[in-house]
Design a protein around this ligand. Structure first.
Ligand SMILES: [Zn+2]
Length: 360
């Protein structure tokens, strides 16, 4: 049996900004290989593990993305400070005052996003939001040459948040970075383990995608590599259970089980597939939550639109404070998400797949 907690902590700690997912891919290779018949990467680096069904059987694609929001070295100033480009959707305010690791070809370089000391600010300036274009990393370099030669920093080097995952005060909560979407990857591994001994009438394609945070890029190519008949995307959801956020904005609550998205700006789920997941949750005694988001994009949209199209749905682990150094999930929700997706796979058969794809 996988140790879910240690897998979650390891996945969260691994650095993997969009386009630089290698450390996460290595973990996923190790974790998926016992449960699949083949394991390959596509031309962009997404990892595709397949548990074979009978020959020429349909493809059930499960996906979760390996990348996290990060930064990238734009240039080094003459004084040795690092100007950067955001990778993914950061609030500038979440970038300030944090620790980061620059992943150079030579070594890992620790840096911090400095901020002007409040002692010298006018009252007016204190109330203002700092603009991303004025932000920088301090790596303790003497000057540009020192940053380049001693630390090995080059333009284009990826930068990941530094934040170590931990249980939050002995609760069911786990605090860490990158639950978006390392929580989904843990669900993917757990599901593949749970169905490993089942003889299924279809192929299960377990895909760990790259570059989701910068526009679902890896899911685009991997969906074409797989050609899914049904797509189940495994994601971090959006919790709305803390002060300053409303139920109207996000409905998921930590500890209440997995959720499905009924709307986000990238996709509408197939309604028969929605009902299938709802029925499966009910039959399996798993509490299922719903979420309707005005924004958000996720890899399910690419599965849905590949080739002639496929029914798809996004299944999530509720998460607080996404796209920051410190997000929170509940480990029980991860367990329940594994149960739900595993049950969905066991309940599927050729006739149900045909019916999900039938619009008559
Ligand atoms: Zn995500």
């Amino acid at each position: 049996m996988i140790n879910l907690e240690s897998l979650l902590l390891e996945l969260s700690n691994a650095p993997g900004p969009s386009g630089f997912e290698n450390p996460v891919r290595e973990i996923m290779k190790r974790e998926l290989s016992p449960f699949v018949d083949s394991l390959d990467t596509d031309g962009m680096g997404s990892l595709i593990g397949i548990k074979n069904g009978p020959s020429s059987s349909p493809n059930i694609m499960l996906s979760a993305h390996m990348d996290e929001v990060g930064l990238l070295v734009r240039y080094i100033t003459d004084e040795g400070f690092i100007k950067f480009q955001n990778l993914g959707g950061w609030l500038d305010q979440a970038i300030i005052g944090q620790r980061w690791q620059i992943l150079t070809s030579k070594r890992t370089v620790l840096g911090i996003t400095g901020i002007k000391t409040p002692h010298v600010m006018s009252t007016d300036e204190r109330g203002k939001v700092f603009k991303g274009e004025n932000l920088f990393l301090d790596v303790g370099a003497q000057n540009k040459e020192d940053a380049e030669n001693r630390l090995g920093i080059k333009p284009g080097d990826p930068i990941a948040p530094v934040s170590y995952a931990t249980r939050l005060n002995d609760s069911e909560f786990i605090l860490g970075k990158a639950w978006d979407d390392r929580a989904g990857l843990a669900v993917l591994v757990g599901v593949m383990e749970s169905v490993k001994d089942s003889d299924l009438p279809f192929n299960i394609c377990a895909v760990a995608t790259v570059q989701e945070e910068i526009g679902l890029r890896g899911a685009h190519t991997s969906s074409y590599a797989v050609n899914p008949d049904i797509g189940l995307n495994l994601e971090s959801g959006v919790a709305g259970d803390y002060p300053s956020i409303s139920q109207y904005e996000a409905q998921e609550k930590l500890g209440n089980g997995p959720a499905i998205f009924l709307h986000d700006s990238s996709m509408l789920p197939n309604l028969k597939l929605r009902d299938f997941v709802i029925d499966t949750a009910k039959d399996s005694d798993i509490n299922l939550q719903f979420n309707v988001l005005s924004g958000y994009g996720q890899d399910g949209a690419e599965m849905q639109k590949s080739f002639e199209g496929a029914p798809a749905i996004n299944i999530t682990v509720p998460t607080r404070y996404l796209h920051s150094h410190n997000s929170i999930i509940n480990i029980k929700d991860v367990e329940k998400a594994i149960d739900l997706v595993g049950q969905c796979i066991l309940q599927l058969n050729l006739e149900k797949i045909k019916n999900l794809k039938n619009f008559d």
